[in-house]
Design a protein around this ligand. Structure first.
Ligand SMILES: [Cu+2]
Length: 136
């Protein structure tokens, strides 16, 4: 291999590599301001309604993700006092407890921040129960 041949091969390699770099750069600039992937907690912006009637809660079993807002709508003829289990202690998820009764026509709204399997009931009629499973 003579000197000129080696020099020519070297120059060709440099040109090819340089073109590759330029192409790679222009590809990057073709998608400007592309945000980096960021993981955010799952938030369901649409509230889910649990209807409370004289027959009980409907649905009475529900699986959601953390951050889910749930509306407990009192469509019954009596007052509703939403509480976490177990009655009468209601201490499984104290923040979830409504801490007062809601008359017919009123809503109790709660956003579930804690993962777990949460039993709940109407504290004024503890045979009406339900379960909300909150996944991450
Ligand atoms: Cu109770």
């Amino acid at each position: 291999m003579n000197k000129t041949y080696a020099l020519t091969v070297g120059i060709i390699i440099l040109i090819v590599a340089g073109t590759g770099l330029v192409l790679a750069k222009s590809k990057k600039s073709a998608v400007p301001n592309q945000p980096a992937a960021v993981s955010v907690p799952a938030i369901n912006s649409r509230p889910i309604t649990i209807d409370y009637t004289d027959k009980g809660f409907s649905p009475n079993k529900l699986t959601v993700k953390t951050g889910q807002k749930i509306i407990f709508r009192n469509d019954s003829s009596a007052s509703l006092w939403v509480a976490s289990g177990p009655h009468p202690y209601d201490n499984a998820y104290p923040e979830f407890n409504a801490n007062r009764s809601y008359p017919p026509g009123q809503d109790y709204i709660f956003t579930f921040a804690r993962t777990g399997v949460w039993d709940f009931h109407n504290h004024l009629n503890e045979s009406d129960t339900g379960t909300i499973t909150v996944n991450p």
